[in-house]
Design a protein around this ligand. Structure first.
Ligand code: GLU
Length: 304
């Protein structure tokens, strides 16, 4: 498969289509990003690395960081994590409160804001210096010391994070948050503020295409079974309540963020990252979704 020609071809086509999407202006700092940014980068387990457009520019990865938080918590507490957070798609918006009442404060999955807040609480209870330890973990699996939080973005989100405050307090009212909600949320905003480029994202997530093993060092980040479970969750819950549509049209495990980034994994093949900041009504990058749909259709490579 000549990924380079295919990616170039699709990139130039999607770049020119009209984009009816909107920026994630509910986090004021995110609306300052140039909406015309568009980048793609693929990393394969056979060591093909190819990028186009703004693939080297760092952007706010937002919810994509929820996968990294889950991976670290899963490594630390193992299967106990599933007592605190479920593994079912919710069919609701990423910041919804509704199911928490009937589910007694157990979020349906770790990629909802509610779920990631619980995962943040678990990390807070288990790490000595959560903010430093988390970034050290991300840097170690990516072998990239330049990855940083954005204090500007974290503060911008904190100022308007009323829903996340509500979610965290609501879960705490069921006795399912151990730490102070304000500490949990500070950590949650920090992790959502991580900035990475498409190139960095596809390189970092490649281990999920390689049964949980780092490609270069062959060190295990997750066991094969844990890696399977993370991919399964990304497949079923990675795109808010558009996860079914992403499976239907793209057919890969993946995760989106409201910064306009998407990471998608083809087990045993590649990790691909796309960034275009304007979002569709469900909160996923409009052009990113279109790009990946065409990419898996024309390459005839999806997990189905
Ligand atoms: N930090 C964002 C929030 O809590 C994450 C949302 C997302 O990327 O889906 O609203």
């Amino acid at each position: 498969m000549n990924f380079e020609d295919l990616i170039q071809d699709i990139y130039h086509k999607i770049k020119t289509i009209e984009d009816p999407g909107e920026m994630a202006s509910y986090i004021p700092e995110l609306s300052k990003v140039d909406p015309t940014n568009f980048g793609v980068h693929i990393s394969t387990i056979n060591n093909i690395n190819f990028g186009i457009g703004n693939y080297n520019d760092k952007f706010s990865i937002q919810s994509i960081a929820k996968v990294l938080a889950l991976i670290l918590a899963y490594r630390i507490v193992g299967d106990e994590i599933w007592n605190r957070v479920g593994v079912e798609p919710s069919g609701t918006a990423f910041n919804s409160l509704v199911q928490l009442e009937s589910d007694q404060g157990i979020p349906r999955n770790p990629f909802l804001n509610a779920g990631a807040i619980v995962v943040s609480d678990i990390l807070l209870s288990n790490l000595k210096n959560p903010k430093e330890d988390f970034i050290a973990f991300v840097r170690s699996i990516s072998e990239n010391k330049t990855i940083q939080y954005s204090n500007k973005i974290a503060q911008s989100e904190k100022k308007v994070g009323y829903r996340n405050v509500a979610l965290c307090n609501f879960i705490k009212s069921f006795g399912r948050i151990e730490n102070e909600p304000s500490d949990v949320l500070d950590f949650y905003y920090d992790l959502c503020s991580l900035e990475m480029s498409c190139k960095e994202l596809s390189e970092l997530f490649l281990f999920l295409a390689n049964n949980g093993n780092d490609i270069k060092s062959n060190k295990s980040v997750l066991s094969e079974s844990q890696s399977k479970r993370i991919n399964a969750l990304m497949q079923t819950c990675g795109f808010y309540d558009e996860s079914g549509e992403f499976a239907f049209k793209v057919g890969l495990p993946g995760k989106s963020g409201v910064g306009g980034g998407i990471i998608a994994i083809h087990p045993d093949q590649y990790a691909i990252a796309v960034w275009s900041p304007k979002l569709n009504k469900k909160g996923n990058s409009h052009k990113g979704m279109k790009f990946l749909e065409e990419f898996t259709t024309r390459s005839e490579l999806s997990i189905f």
